[in-house]
Ligand binder design. Structure first.
Ligand code: CU
Length: 121
């Protein structure tokens, strides 16, 4: 009998702790996504024959997304051949995950004067 009573006494605080932890997780992830949306640090827009922003700093393991807003096709090419997109038409996007820290030079294969730098920390 005393075991059952002990069990009940333990379950309630544990359940409460679990709910509290879940609530915290939800609150933290909501704050994270709000910050990500405000800054969009891993998104590059291609507009008016420019990469914007021209320099992006991300943490290792981040996937960077490029989106072409121009009516003209552009490509996303790394100068040492780590990645190369196909021609992106208007509103097409391309993603690449940066696994290792370093400084990555990016240019457009069609308009090589379009350049940017991705810094991976
Ligand atoms: Cu281009």
């Amino acid at each position: 009998m005393s075991r059952i009573k002990l069990g009940r006494d333990l379950v309630a605080p544990l359940a409460f702790a679990a709910l509290f932890a879940m609530g915290l997780l939800i609150a933290v992830s909501a704050a994270d996504s709000a910050a990500a949306q405000a800054q969009t640090p891993n998104t590059v827009v291609i507009k008016n024959f420019m990469f914007m922003p021209m320099a992006v700093t991300v943490k290792a393991g981040t996937t960077v997304t490029w989106k072409n807003l121009d009516g003209e096709p552009h490509t996303v090419v790394n100068d040492v051949g780590l990645f190369r997109s196909t021609a992106l038409d208007q509103n097409d996007s391309y993603k690449f995950k940066f696994e290792k820290p370093g400084v990555y030079k990016v240019f457009c294969g069609i308009h090589p004067n379009m350049k940017e730098t991705i810094i991976v920390q």
